[in-house]
Design a protein around this ligand. Structure first.
Ligand code: HEC
Length: 355
């Protein structure tokens, strides 16, 4: 296909990524100030690097704060809190009551995925014509392809295509639209040989004809909980590798969307709740392993990275980004220093590692 059509197709896919779901919250029946003291103050007053200060949070809308705590980056910090408590924190921070709209509506716990679409004969033929993505292709993708989150292993997010430049960018126009469900989502689509593979909300993978936007197949995983923000998927040898909101990694047949394996990532003790962890980054395939980062925000034990065998999904290795007490650099006291939230649970005796 022509380079221009491919670039337009990629742009259309990016523009269509879903918007974050809104929230709706009852008027506070809980003590927002006390909750802020216990759960938020340690990072927001005074503010740790990158975090908005207490003063800045005052300028947020109640909906922004509620969204951050329910579907956004602060979701792990609100683990175990109910709607009334989250509403009370928003009211405490902004000094404004939650609006009637926020109070009247009810946020569904998890958005139901649209029904799966199986590929018809024409779609199977189209998908079957794609050249295989091998280890060698992943190292040197064709100019019109986008095979990794950052396009190439060096993660430069740089396209060698030249048709769009400073002079021509103003002439970009939509080539097609494809319907996506609303929800937390920040994917980079993969593009290969005129096909696009996109992960969107809720935990849904789409195979599209990148030249027309036609959906060739759609498959949803039903997570145990709400759909989280994820950055994308990986491809190799006719398979797509898909991280989910509930810490599974799936291998799907890229031609049919059928499941090949489903691996649930185990928690690292002392973590007890899967809700504190997310598979935000796109998986990276290196040799016969899939490398997946597991983010942790304020969760005991901190984050970790797993290496899975791409043939079976079996976990081959795990690396904790904060040393375990029995690992080099770890001490008996590190349990309390894994995060500010962990330190809060230990009391004031341990200094924390700045996040
Ligand atoms: C362990 C430290 C930590 C704790 C505890 C914490 N936050 Fe945060 N918060 C941060 C950091 C760091 C950021 C900036 C995040 C980023 O840039 O990705 C942030 C960002 C935010 C934002 C802005 C989010 C956005 O999408 O713009 C809000 C709102 C917020 N926090 C509210 C809270 C509330 C309310 C609590 C308590 C329930 C809380 N935070 C607990 C560290 C923390």
């Amino acid at each position: 296909m022509a380079q221009g059509a491919m670039v337009k197709a990629v742009m259309a896919g990016l523009v269509l990524a879903g918007a974050a779901a809104g929230g709706a919250w009852a008027q506070p029946a809980a003590d927002g100030g006390a909750l802020f003291q216990a759960r938020c103050k340690m990072c927001h007053e005074p503010a740790v690097p990158r975090a908005p200060s207490r003063e800045q949070l005052k300028g947020y809308s109640n909906t922004q704060i509620i969204d951050a705590l329910t579907t956004g980056t602060m979701r792990p910090m609100a683990e175990g809190l109910g709607r009334a408590e989250i509403g009370a924190i928003a009211t405490f921070l902004t000094g404004r009551a939650n609006t009637a709209r926020e109070g009247a509506l009810d946020l569904p716990p998890a958005v139901a995925a649209a029904p799966d679409i199986r590929p018809d004969a024409a779609a199977l033929a189209r998908l079957g014509r794609a050249k295989p993505v091998t280890a060698a292709t992943l190292k040197a993708p064709a100019a019109g392809d986008w095979l990794h989150w950052g396009r190439t292993y060096d993660g430069l997010n740089y396209s060698p295509l030249t048709q769009i430049d400073r002079r021509t960018v103003k002439a970009l126009a939509p080539a097609w639209r494809a319907p996506l469900q609303a929800g937390p989502s920040m994917p980079t689509p993969l593009v290969h040989d005129g096909l696009m593979f996109l992960q969107t909300s809720p935990d849904t993978v789409l195979a599209l004809d990148a030249t027309s936007g036609q959906v060739l197949w759609r498959r949803a995983h039903k997570p145990a909980g709400a759909s989280s923000q994820k950055m994308g998927l990986a491809i190799r040898d006719g398979r797509l590798y898909v991280p989910t909101s509930d810490l599974h990694v799936l291998a799907l047949d890229a031609r049919t969307g059928e499941m090949i394996w489903d691996h649930q990532i185990a928690l690292s003790p002392p973590a007890a709740s899967r809700g504190s962890f997310n598979l935000r980054s796109a998986p990276l395939i290196v040799g016969d392993k899939l490398i997946q980062g597991v983010t942790a925000s304020g969760a005991p034990g901190g984050a970790f990275i797993v290496g899975l065998d791409i043939a079976t999904g079996r976990e081959a290795w795990r690396f904790h980004t904060i040393a375990r007490p029995d690992a080099p650099g770890g001490t008996a006291g590190t349990a309390c220093r894994w995060s500010a939230a962990a330190a809060a649970r230990c009391g004031s005796r341990a200094p924390t590692i700045p996040s």
